[in-house]
Design a protein around this ligand. Structure first.
Ligand SMILES: Cc1cc2nc3c(=O)[nH]c(=O)nc-3n(C[C@H](O)[C@H](O)[C@H](O)COP(=O)(O)OP(=O)(O)OC[C@H]3O[C@@H](n4cnc5c(N)ncnc54)[C@H](O)[C@@H]3O)c2cc1C
Length: 418
């Protein structure tokens, strides 16, 4: 088919959770949609994440507390955060902006922007899960933040107040209550925060695939190509792929961590880096199985049951999206996870994965029309919450294009805020 002969109403660059959900929401409004995606499934952040869909995922990465721990972070002594110093020339401007967000005021502003956004994340997933008969992949049993010491738990006081302020339900568990709820946890954690309304997905890749299949069954066009350039002309956008050229009336940039260079071609400089994360898929240990995802705050890992396996996920490695993977954080956190969860003596790395969280310095996504090109919209930069908030993002993008009322204030997410 001659790619110039058809001019689809909307073309989405990127077929991860965000791009796919944009496609579904646009189709629902009767628009003709094409998704152009470069990678295979495992290249997507949407494939290998922890599958947590939480109304409590409202906290930006930057906080006033970071200043106190700066030397520790700068020396890569904290397992939760590693800086890829080889990528420092690329990272430095982003890091400066990130530190400018490390204040209580900025944090509370970000929380206020994210709370209504994440509050609706689960209901939009449930809608698409129902339409794809995938409800069984979503369990709503909450998730747990685990604290090893009284001091660690005390440092969560401000976050607990913010959760309460924004109506996020949680329970605080002591060592015994945690043991009763999750017999699989062997370490005597001092306290746990149980975010009771949270859902988890087993497995994220399967849910994404179901959404992608629905998109295609409904007549959506899926093209494997990598868009290298784009420019706008009167009434359409021209896209130059590795394989072909395309044109479209409207384009949505949803290319995850690789979105910034496409945006830059239109003159918008968006500070976007990869908060790289790693996972290793392990056999479920003997004994009672872990029922819900847990975040061991001090040790810096998340463990999530994924059907009959356990997915162990690392914290953040700040990096260039295209720099080589280095799973050193997983190696360092493994002893703590092994002791807490009764894992095997050595880490089986046969099923290792890494992916890029597309991250802005204020931890807010970039959503909406580009200011000077009304045929181009941005839908990227979701950092730690893009799997859960993909469907609400799709809804917002579709409503913007169709000039409908928006259920969430997206002003804090505007493209020209940097
Ligand atoms: C370890 C880890 C744990 C996480 N846990 C959670 C969690 O529990 N809950 C949660 O909500 N989020 C979580 N996240 C974050 C979440 O995975 C991401 O925010 C989300 O997947 C981003 O989705 P996306 O569609 O924007 O990007 P992606 O899923 O990365 O998809 C982007 C797509 O765009 C394509 N693309 C890029 N450039 C081009 C181009 N030029 N042309 C065509 N296609 C292109 C890529 O090939 C890719 O397929 C986690 C992330 C990691 C790494």
């Amino acid at each position: 088919m001659d790619p110039y002969s058809s001019s689809p109403a909307v073309t989405i660059i990127g077929g991860g959770m965000v791009g796919t959900a944009c496609g579904l929401a646009l189709q629902e409004r009767g628009l003709s949609v094409t998704i152009i995606d470069a990678g295979d499934e495992r290249d997507k952040a949407s494939f290998g994440n922890a599958g947590v869909i939480s109304n409590g995922s409202i906290f930006p990465m930057a906080s006033a507390g970071i200043w106190k721990h700066l030397p520790r972070y700068a020396l890569n002594r904290d397992n939760g955060l590693r800086i890829r110093y080889g990528d420092l020339p690329f990272l430095a401007p982003w890091l400066l902006r990130f530190m400018a967000n490390a204040s209580t005021t900025r944090r509370e502003q970000a929380v206020a922007a994210l709370a209504p956004f994440t509050a609706t994340a689960l209901s939009y997933h449930q809608k698409w899960a129902q339409r794809t008969s995938s409800e069984h992949l979503i369990r709503q049993e909450g998730w747990l933040r685990l604290y090893r010491s009284a001091e660690g738990f005390a440092s969560s006081a401000a976050d607990r107040l913010l959760l309460e302020r924004h109506g996020v339900k949680f329970d605080v568990l002591d060592t015994q209550a945690l043991r009763e709820l999750e017999p699989a946890i062997q370490h005597p954690f001092h306290r746990a925060i149980w975010l009771t309304e949270t859902a988890t997905v087993a497995t994220p890749g399967e849910l994404l695939l179901a959404y992608q299949q629905l998109f295609q069954q409904q007549g959506g066009r899926w093209v494997n190509d990598q868009i290298q350039q784009l420019h706008t002309a009167e009434g359409y956008v021209q896209l130059y792929g590795k394989q072909q050229h395309y044109k479209s009336q409207t384009v949505v940039l949803a290319a995850g961590a690789l979105s910034a260079h496409l945006c830059q071609q239109l003159g918008y400089r968006i500070p976007l880096v990869a908060e790289r994360g790693y996972h290793v898929s392990l056999p479920m240990p003997e004994g009672p199985a872990l029922r819900r995802a847990v975040y061991d705050v001090a040790a810096g890992y998340v463990a999530a049951p994924m059907q009959d396996r356990l997915r162990l996920l690392s914290g953040v490695e700040l990096a260039h999206p295209q720099s080589r993977a280095n799973p050193i954080q997983l190696e360092r956190l493994y002893p703590a996870a092994r002791e807490a969860l009764g894992l095997a003596p050595t880490m089986d790395t046969s099923q290792l994965w890494s992916g890029n969280r597309p991250s802005t310095p204020d931890s807010l996504p970039v959503l909406g029309f580009t200011p000077r090109h009304q045929q181009v919209l941005c839908a990227f930069g979701h950092g730690h919450i893009g799997f859960s908030t993909g469907p609400i993002t799709g809804e917002l993008i579709a409503r913007l294009i169709c000039r409908e009322h928006l259920p969430v204030d997206i002003h804090p997410f505007r493209v020209d805020r940097f």
